[in-house]
Design a protein around this ligand. Structure first.
Ligand SMILES: [Zn+2]
Length: 97
């Protein structure tokens, strides 16, 4: 038998011995109750994925927004940031409209 084939056979036999030894898998053994913990984690993950996102009204235009920290919808946040970057130019532009 060639060395790599011998190694594969050895790994295979070790796997067979481990499988047939009756040793409990800590991740899936129902006797240890670990499946219940796994299910609880999966249920929480599913609930987090599927729940409605929290929204607040935009502080400027009252559009519901998920940005609960800034309380600005995307349009108002963008415009406000650009105005704040150069208020004098923004004022000139508004007066020229
Ligand atoms: Zn807004």
């Amino acid at each position: 038998m060639q060395p790599d084939a011998q190694l594969r056979m050895q790994v295979y036999q070790e796997g067979q011995r481990a499988f047939n030894s009756g040793a409990a898998c800590p991740y899936t053994d129902w006797r240890a109750g670990t499946w219940a913990k796994g299910r609880a984690v999966a249920e929480k993950h599913h609930a987090d994925l599927t729940r409605e996102p929290e929204t607040v009204p935009c502080g400027v235009c009252d559009t519901p927004t998920r940005m609960v920290g800034t309380k600005r919808c995307a349009r108002c946040w963008e415009l406000e940031a650009r105005i704040k970057a150069d208020p004098d130019l923004a004022r000139q532009i508004l007066e020229s409209l």
